[in-house]
Design a protein around this ligand. Structure first.
Ligand code: AMP
Ligand code: MG
Length: 322
């Protein structure tokens, strides 16, 4: 827990090159000193993460940004508007960032998180901390300390419990290598409309260029990711008749609570279909489905834009076959 004594102890562990599970407002992270290549290699090892999937570097204050990256005006405007918060900026990196963090790319992804406990830890270590999601590679991201222990408990010694994550899906990632051509690499709680509002220009996103190109820019963004073990199928809309026809061993996940079906195999993300609530519970519900031992899970897409884009991105990856 986040007592002053524990925080001091974890800060010392991080300074000594150890890795620590930390709460953030998006999902739990596995943090290590971003300037220490050996510490960062420990992160990759604990997660079983391939070396070509770069880490996000977390900072406590805007003063640290030029120490790790080369900011441009667009980056400063977005940082001003949304930091601390769930927004990650991809910028040319400073040489101080080891290659293992950026997977050899000339860029680095930087974020200033808002979770109060993680912020205190960042301040106490006085270091930029590299932290990917604290889950075994490819599995559903953790949104509670219990999820971290379940996934990595045998691999890491410290997890800081900061309660359930307020947002529940990973940060929005914006490619700002060329500030005149910003692009959203991963949708999150900061929406495209919000980013366009600050930059006062159109921002590209999603499928407009080939996925292959995206894979080169942001190698970690695989089509299949955030995946439950239960085979998943994505639907535009789930109809009650489809549930009646299917065996009881198949689970159904709605965005909002359905009125006409019930049973142990029926799940929903938010009782009223509020998208913020749905994002917050998404990964938890996918884990519940896995725990239920169902033979298949049917997922219903969220409607609308904004946060729906982030939710549907995760659902799509959960249901992707390869
Ligand atoms: P995670 O922290 O597990 O949510 O993953 C971080 C993701 O950020 C990676 O999978 C990459 O897709 C992306 N990322 C990190 N660093 C960079 C970078 N330098 N350029 C582009 N994308 C990056
Ligand atoms: Mg991840």
């Amino acid at each position: 827990r986040g007592t002053p004594r524990n925080l001091a102890r974890l800060a010392r562990a991080l300074q000594a090159g150890e890795v620590v599970g930390v709460p953030t407002e998006t999902v739990y992270g596995l943090a290590g000193n971003a300037l220490d290549a050996a510490a960062c290699r420990r992160i990759f090892r604990a997660k079983g993460r391939p070396a070509n999937d770069p880490l996000i570097v977390h900072i406590h204050s805007l003063r640290q940004l030029p120490e790790v990256a080369q900011p441009n005006e667009a980056a400063l405007a977005l940082a001003q508007a949304f930091w601390p918060g769930p927004l990650t900026l991809v910028l040319p990196k400073q040489p101080i960032i080891p290659d293992v963090v950026s997977s050899g790319l000339p860029t680095v992804a930087v974020r200033m998180p808002s979770h109060p406990l993680f912020r205190r830890l960042l301040k106490q270590t006085a270091l930029p901390l590299a932290a990917p999601s604290a889950n075994p590679f490819g599995y559903v991201s953790p949104t509670s300390a219990a999820h971290v222990v379940a996934g990595l408990g045998t691999k890491i010694r410290h997890v800081l419990d900061g309660g359930p994550c307020r947002i529940g899906v990973e940060s929005t990632i914006v490619d700002l290598r060329d500030p005149r051509r910003p692009r959203i690499l991963r949708p999150g709680a900061i929406t495209r409309a919000q980013i366009e509002g600050v930059l006062r220009r159109r921002v590209a996103a999603g499928k407009s260029r080939s996925d292959e190109h995206r894979a080169q820019v942001s190698p970690g963004l695989l089509t299949r990711h955030y995946s439950p073990r239960t085979p998943a199928v994505l639907h535009e809309e789930i109809r009650p008749a489809a549930i009646q026809r299917a065996p009881k061993s198949e689970a159904w996940v709605f965005i909002t609570r359905p009125t006409d079906v019930r049973g142990k195999n029926i799940f929903w993300l938010d009782p009223r279909g509020d998208l913020r609530g749905a994002a917050r519970r998404l990964f938890h519900v996918l884990r519940e489905v896995d725990a239920g031992g169902f033979t298949r899970v049917h997922l219903e897409r969220a409607r609308g834009d904004g946060l729906a884009e982030a939710i549907n991105d995760r659902l799509q990856r959960a249901a992707a076959r390869a």
